[in-house]
Design a binder for this molecule. Structure first.
Ligand SMILES: [Zn+2]
Length: 208
């Protein structure tokens, strides 16, 4: 059992048929189910690591037992991930789990926007929500109002999870005339090329 932390063995062996590692791991697979706990307060049930925001559910194919674990443990212990019956390679598994996190971030933004639209009866905010559902991104103007009001209402959100569109001339024009303090408010949601664009339009980067 060398190479495997004692706590990992203690957590997984009682739920498996095989009595040793790594054999027991071959009975397990990722079910495709994930949970976003919103705050990094959860524990990996395999390695006991704390500070997790996302749980990934794994299941034993023989006993049916389940465990909520971190994505790093799935990769580290090579828990199988299947896509339409085919087991993914290590590289594919990493990409697939990263994609799951991307989707959970998208959903987290959506929940924050829905909470905000409920907290304040305001046409701009309900239109921003509609726009986000359609485009999976915000315009610079929507982002400015949304981040301002999310902060004002103390609604938990991560600005870097949002995306901002600058692919139309009107959006670039809006960004140009925006007060620089507003540009700074949406800065974390901008990509590197978008930040460069903002600077070309005359907005200094925020000093941190
Ligand atoms: Zn773990």
């Amino acid at each position: 059992m060398q190479g495997f932390p004692k706590r990992v063995a203690e957590n997984i062996l009682p739920l498996s048929v095989a009595g040793t590692l790594p054999a027991a791991f071959r009975e397990w697979y990722f079910t495709g189910q994930t949970v976003d706990h919103e705050l990094p307060h959860e524990t990996c049930r395999l390695c006991d690591q704390e500070g997790l925001r996302y749980h990934f559910k794994i299941q034993n194919s023989q006993t049916g037992n389940q465990l909520d674990v971190g994505s790093e443990c799935i990769l580290k212990f090579q828990v199988a991930i299947f896509d339409r019956g085919r087991e993914l390679t290590a590289q594919e598994a990493r990409t697939a789990l990263a994609e799951r996190v991307r989707l959970m971030r998208l959903e987290s933004c959506l929940r924050a926007l829905e909470r905000l639209a409920l907290a304040e009866s305001n046409d701009i905010l309900s239109n921003a929500l509609k726009y986000y559902k359609l485009h999976k991104a915000l315009t610079p103007k929507f982002a400015n109002v949304v981040f301002w009001r999310l902060q004002a209402n103390a609604i938990d959100h991560d600005p870097s999870f949002f995306k901002v569109r600058l692919d139309k001339e009107s959006y670039v024009a809006d960004l140009r005339v925006m007060p620089t303090r507003s540009v700074h408010r949406i800065w974390k949601a901008l990509t590197s090329p978008q930040r460069k664009k903002a600077q070309e339009l005359g907005h200094a980067a925020p000093t941190e």
